[in-house]
Design a protein around this ligand. Structure first.
Ligand SMILES: [Zn+2]
Length: 272
């Protein structure tokens, strides 16, 4: 059984080799290391597998300085870049900057489109604003958008609107929290060919590890709960979520011995 953690962050002090070794031992054979600001981008690049690089909503105030640097960053690590992210909108913590967040998101969607890269999107309490940006930015990925809505916490209705726009929907350890009944309803709603699992580590450790620092190995516990909710054997749920992630992100395995080799991400144009 193999799992693909589609969203993990790394810190400057993390023992990456040990984290990846524990993940591999748990069957988590692929991890997407996700950026979002200068430090997160740098730390994602310290890992041996695929990466998402970009500037998240908390960087909106620096957009004019940061956006011009992103194309060169993507070029410098093109062989490893599986997506642009994490990017997105959060009206829970920073409703006051929502307009600037929308502009930063829109600029990176346009760049992702030009590069034929998928996006990894955070959206919290910003359903209408997110749909507004997605519908305003012209995408040219054939007739299908490409991207992941990560750590989904919304209702099934919003999930449906995102599925209509071609996204995959990824669930984190929140789906195991006692109070997260609506998140589990959404997890039951998303079809087999669009669902993903992630940790969002070091945050959101799933039950039974709540309160601890999360790491990719723990994604197995989230997958087990989601499989139960969907009345699917864990083996089948692991296989279908891994296949979905491979389709969206490509298949780099975090092999420490050959950090710049491994299976390259297939050209996105072949996937749509
Ligand atoms: Zn994240």
């Amino acid at each position: 059984m193999e799992f693909y953690d589609t969203h993990a962050h790394f810190g400057a002090d993390d023992d990456v080799d040990a984290i990846i070794a524990r993940a591999t031992a748990a069957g988590v054979t692929r991890v997407l290391a996700v950026g979002g600001d200068d430090a997160l981008n740098t730390n994602a690049l310290r890992t041996p597998g695929g990466v998402a690089l970009g500037f998240d909503r908390d960087q909106a105030g620096r957009a004019a300085d940061l956006l011009p640097t992103l194309p060169a960053l993507l070029d410098a690590h093109a062989a490893r870049v599986a997506a642009i992210g994490e990017i997105g909108l959060d009206a829970h913590y920073r409703p006051d900057t929502l307009k600037a967040q929308c502009e930063l998101l829109a600029a990176q969607l346009a760049l992702a489109d030009a590069r034929r890269l998928p996006v990894v999107i955070h959206t919290r309490e910003a359903d209408d604003a997110t749909l507004g940006v997605l519908d305003e930015v012209p995408w040219h990925h054939g007739d299908r958008l490409r991207g992941i809505i990560h750590s989904y916490t919304g209702a099934p209705r919003f999930a449906g609107q995102l599925l209509d726009r071609g996204f995959m929907v990824s669930f984190s350890g929140i789906a195991t929290f006692k109070s997260a009944e609506e998140v589990r309803a959404s997890a039951r709603y998303v079809p087999d060919d669009r669902i993903l699992v992630e940790t969002d580590s070091p945050y959101l450790a799933p039950v039974p590890f709540r309160g601890r620092s999360c790491e990719p190995a723990f994604v197995v516990h989230t997958a087990r709960r989601l499989a139960e909710e969907r009345q699917t054997p864990l083996e089948i749920f692991a296989a279908l979520t891994t296949a979905n992630a491979l389709e969206m992100l490509g298949g780099r395995k975090p092999s420490r011995s050959a950090p710049d080799e491994g299976i390259a991400c297939p050209p996105p144009g072949l996937l749509v």
